[in-house]
Design a protein around this ligand. Sequence first.
Ligand SMILES: [Fe+2]
Ligand SMILES: [Fe+2]
Length: 313
Amino acid sequence: MLAVDDSRENLELIQALLSVAGYEVVTASNGEEALVVVEEESPDLILIDATVPNMNGFEVCTLLKSKEETRLLPVLLVTPVQETEYKIRGFEAGVDDFVHRPINSVELLARVRSLVRTKRLNDQLVNVENIILALATAIEAKDPYTEGHVDRVASYALSLGGETGLAPWELQLLRKAAILHDVGKIGVNESVLLKPGPLSADEFNHMKRHTVIGERICKPLQQDRLILEVIRHHHERYDGKGYPDGLAGEDIPIAARIMAVVDAYDALTSDRPYRKRLSQEQAVQILKQEAGKQFDPKIAIAFVSMLETGRLG
Ligand SMILES: [Fe+2]
Ligand SMILES: [Fe+2]
């Protein structure tokens, strides 16, 4: 545990309470120091006073939650009194739970225990996530025609997501979502996946299932809803004629609308078993034609302008 408070006395009290319960406690006396200790010690929980100097508890929490490595570290905020205003600010900063002064030791321990349990589950989740990401790479190797597709769409999606105003934490998830978007193809027959010609209606229906299969495979990641949304909805169309749910317009989650544009662009500019790749100009033409039909017009046009001004990483 990391306990952060500028008062020695408070720290000693918390340290005593938690040590009795068998927890190891390190301390810091201000926000900046807390961040250093988090990096060095990777604690399972941070218990921070709302009003510590050099970055208060809210600021520290906001920063931790915005970083990939620390976003799953539970933050327990200690507030001077039980007040709604603290709670509102705390929730906005991503605080996981609160205790107020004077600290009730039974309540503190109950909250600590529950947060530590959450942290353990989150750690397991990170392992599952790594396994699924590895799976995505393995599937890509199954289909030589899509080699490099995942890396390219991940990088396009990051640029376009940034341009569209997604928050840094959303971009992190979008990158993973892009890597995983076609993971459900593991459930598609190779004869369909690699067919060097147009698919029959039956084959196309079979192919469509990769969206829902992918979502099922990635269910353990359900805390990160954005990832599952992209996997399920990246073939929805803005005009409602897509699959699997026929969602239209802004009913399609924004990350999936972004993914639809970059996925299509990369497919158009890559060789396929049944056709040669198109030039950037030809692909841009199609994006423009399909703006408002297949694609969200704002997002498609933003991507076109990034392509035309050479602003893609
Ligand atoms: Fe797909
Ligand atoms: Fe794709």
